[in-house]
Design a protein around this ligand. Structure first.
Ligand code: CO8
Length: 257
């Protein structure tokens, strides 16, 4: 499939999606949304892909939803068309997804990064929810996911003032898993993704499902869910292989990848 707003590559078992609207700092319009969701879905259905990386350019991961596209909208068209509702399709992606963020990740860009399973940040990354400066508020999960990730106080301040957070602050706050030099970001993200893609795919999917469950249910239910998944893993060939490889002091060769 050919896309106009994204570039798609495959690196062995890793799918790489680059947002590619440089003239608009990768602002997320409807075309980019559809193309990105379609590429994600394609990789997710591909048994040869064990991890996906989403990245932008050096200057911008994405500078938000496309303001020029939204500007003329009315309540009726927004509501009836359920603008941004289609992002819920991203929750259906079962393959792990890494956001590799360099430069601006603002508004919908920050929200897209937070929809991924974790964020690797370049030392140049800048995160923010500046919607309030446009007279609106986050609409793709910013008020909810940012609050869960960095806590109420910082999320409230970010959303109320629209100020940006640099990579160091984002790491301290728990928004990003780690910081790497900007020049190494994509290589490091691909390396991390290759590590994940070399694991048992059902095990990686169960990890993703269990960690995501922590956002949805009380601790007692989450613990029970985790334990049941753990039990079920003993039906996998990969559990036999992983544990045998440890005992035999060799590298595991997982079948379900
Ligand atoms: N939308 C459309 N175009 C954009 C956007 C955007 N979000 N961001 C940048 N651009 C365009 C600029 O208009 C400019 O185009 P042109 O050359 O034609 O004028 C080009 O990209 C380059 O941008 P700048 O010249 O502004 O570059 P600077 O380096 O000077 O500044 C900034 C970079 C600081 C990132 C600046 O571009 C900026 O502030 N951008 C807007 C950031 C923002 O407010 N983002 C939030 C958008 S709203 C949102 O995401 C809501 C999501 C949820 C909605 C849910 C609804 C239901």
């Amino acid at each position: 499939m050919t896309y106009q707003t994204i570039l798609v590559e495959t690196h062995e078992r890793v799918g790489l999606i680059r947002l590619n609207r440089p003239q608009a700092l990768n602002a997320i319009n409807r075309q980019l949304t559809e193309e990105l969701l379609s590429a994600l879905d394609g990789f997710d259905k591909d048994a040869g892909i064990g991890c996906i990386v989403i990245t932008g350019s050096e200057k911008a991961f994405a500078a938000g939803a496309d303001i020029k596209e939204m500007q003329a909208q009315e309540f009726a068209t927004m509501y009836a068309g359920d603008w941004f509702g289609n992002w819920e399709r991203m929750a259906a992606v079962r393959t792990p997804v890494i956001a590799a963020v360099s430069g601006f990740a603002l508004g919908g860009g920050c929200e897209l990064a937070m929809m991924c399973d974790f964020i690797l940040a370049a030392d140049t990354a800048k995160f923010g929810q500046p919607e309030i400066k446009l007279g609106v508020m986050p609409g793709m999960g910013g008020s909810q996911r940012l609050t869960k990730l960095v806590g109420r106080s910082k999320a409230m301040e970010m959303c109320l003032t629209g100020r940006m957070m640099d990579a160091q602050e984002a790491e301290r706050a728990g928004l990003v898993s780690r910081i790497v030099p900007a020049t190494e970001l994509v290589d490091e993200a691909l390396k991390t993704a290759a590590t994940i893609a070399a694991m048992s795919l059902p095990a990686a999917m169960m990890v993703k499902e269990a960690v995501n469950r922590a956002d949805q249910v009380p601790l007692s239910e989450g613990l029970r869910f985790e334990r049941r998944l753990f039990h079920s893993m003993f039906a996998l060939e990969d559990q036999k292989e992983g544990m045998a490889a440890f005992v035999e002091k060799r590298k595991a060769d997982f079948k379900h990848r």
